[in-house]
Design a protein around this ligand. Structure first.
Ligand code: SAM
Length: 176
């Protein structure tokens, strides 16, 4: 399973960004998002509504101690990929990453404590330039999934109350 750990959620500053991290995680194939920092029931409810409407098996969890959480995942057999502009360009590790069955992908918000760089099996960069955790996560998951989350067949796995019918023009949504 792919699990995303989002560090350092701050209210109100990160409300939208953490929501977008969760939306990307779900749409691009992760089964769970764990967030740390400030607890935010509004964020949890808004992602819950997305899952209820659009389907899929996606959970949100809160962690008070994300380093402990990361260590527990590692102990249970997960590999850890930490996304940081200081890391190794992701394409250099892509083939290795695709072979991993259980992967915890970590993204930061404010400064990420050094322990996460140490515990990570991979510190990975997308472009070696500062940008955004949302963009970094989307591209990383796309590479790790080998692009299959972009196909029509992948979207059918969500089976929600609403389903988009891909259209050349307009918006087609059906309720299965
Ligand atoms: N200033 C913070 C630091 O020194 O760790 C980083 C802030 S950045 C807006 C928030 C998060 O976006 C980072 O922790 C990282 O996960 C992700 N990120 C930003 N640029 C990245 C890049 N080029 N490659 C991979 N991840 C990146």
């Amino acid at each position: 399973m792919l699990v995303v750990l989002r560090l350092g959620h701050r209210l109100p500053r990160d409300e939208r960004i953490t929501t977008h991290v969760a939306l990307v995680a779900r749409a691009f194939g992760a089964g769970r998002l764990i967030y740390a920092g400030q607890h935010d029931s509004g964020f949890e409810e808004s992602i819950g509504r997305v899952v209820s409407n659009w389907g899929g098996d996606f959970q949100i969890e809160y962690s008070k101690n994300p380093l402990k959480t990361a260590k527990e995942y590692k102990k249970s057999g997960y590999k850890i990929a930490h996304l940081t502009m200081y890391g190794i360009p992701l394409p250099e590790k892509e083939a290795e990453l695709r072979k991993i069955l259980n992967l915890l992908v970590i993204v930061g918000a404010e400064q990420v404590p050094a322990e996460f760089y140490e515990i990570a099996d991979f510190n990975l960069s997308l472009t070696s330039q500062p940008h955004s955790e949302v963009a970094a996560l989307a591209i990383a998951l796309d590479r790790i999934m080998g692009g299959k989350e972009l196909s029509r067949t992948f979207s059918s796995r969500f089976a929600g109350k609403m389903e988009i019918i891909p259209s050349e023009k307009g918006k087609k949504v059906r309720k299965p």
